[in-house]
Ligand binder design. Structure first.
Ligand SMILES: [Zn+2]
Length: 212
């Protein structure tokens, strides 16, 4: 079987990249029907003005810049998720986006890869904020948590080191915020302070955390 695969790989070196592109294309045909998807587009374009919601800091150190490789309702693995994926090397310092208390830490996951079977290994930290909302930071490296459950953290404080544990195609930070609306948890988009002003983040763009 392995030999057969080897022969296929040698004879058709472009087969694997082609299959990857095909899968991405097929995934691209799916569009979430969640009404929040439209709302987020309008927030990103500035058609809906929002200057009252909490202003979050980016989940990495001041002065650093990372590319958002997948945004809200992204067609690769965020089809029904209001989540953000920042491309970053293993061991990058992750920072709290807002003051809060640590309510969950998992850091014993020791593997990651492309497939749902890796999901239980995803190391993560969840922080509870003063308004009852929560922020989550996923795919942290093994033993990469720098805080414990019950710790109080401040906005911008380094809380963890990034990695590639869980369902992760490449090392990155999966970031998400939830709030309780009408008695059930709902994922929400958030405004961030960037070096180019206050933004709702868009995929494939780079964002820098201002230095001051
Ligand atoms: Zn993600």
């Amino acid at each position: 079987m392995n030999l057969a695969l080897q022969i296929i790989n040698e004879k058709f070196p472009l087969l694997k990249p082609f299959l990857l592109i095909l899968m991405a294309f097929l995934a691209g045909c799916y569009v979430s029907k969640d009404p929040m998807r439209k709302e987020i587009k309008l927030l990103q374009k500035g058609v809906i003005k929002d200057d009252t919601s909490f202003l979050y800091s980016l989940p990495f150190e001041k002065g650093k810049c990372f590319r958002l490789v997948q945004g809200y309702f992204g067609r690769f693995s965020h089809k029904e998720r209001v989540a953000l994926d920042f491309n970053m090397k293993r061991g990058t310092k992750i920072c709290a986006v807002r003051d809060g208390v640590v309510v969950r830490v998992k850091e014993d996951g020791d593997r990651g890869g492309w497939g749902r079977k890796y999901r239980p290994y995803g190391n993560n930290i969840i922080i509870l904020h003063p308004d009852g909302s929560r922020s989550g930071y996923w795919h942290l490296q093994k033993d990469g948590a720098l805080v414990n459950v019950g710790d109080t953290v401040r906005q911008g404080q380094v809380i963890a080191l990034s990695g590639k544990t869980g369902y992760a195609f490449q090392p990155h930070l999966h970031f998400i915020v939830w709030t309780s609306r009408n008695g059930s948890w709902q994922q929400i988009p958030t405004r961030f302070q960037t070096s180019k002003g206050i933004k709702y983040l868009c995929p494939f763009k780079k964002y820098r955390n201002p230095r001051q």
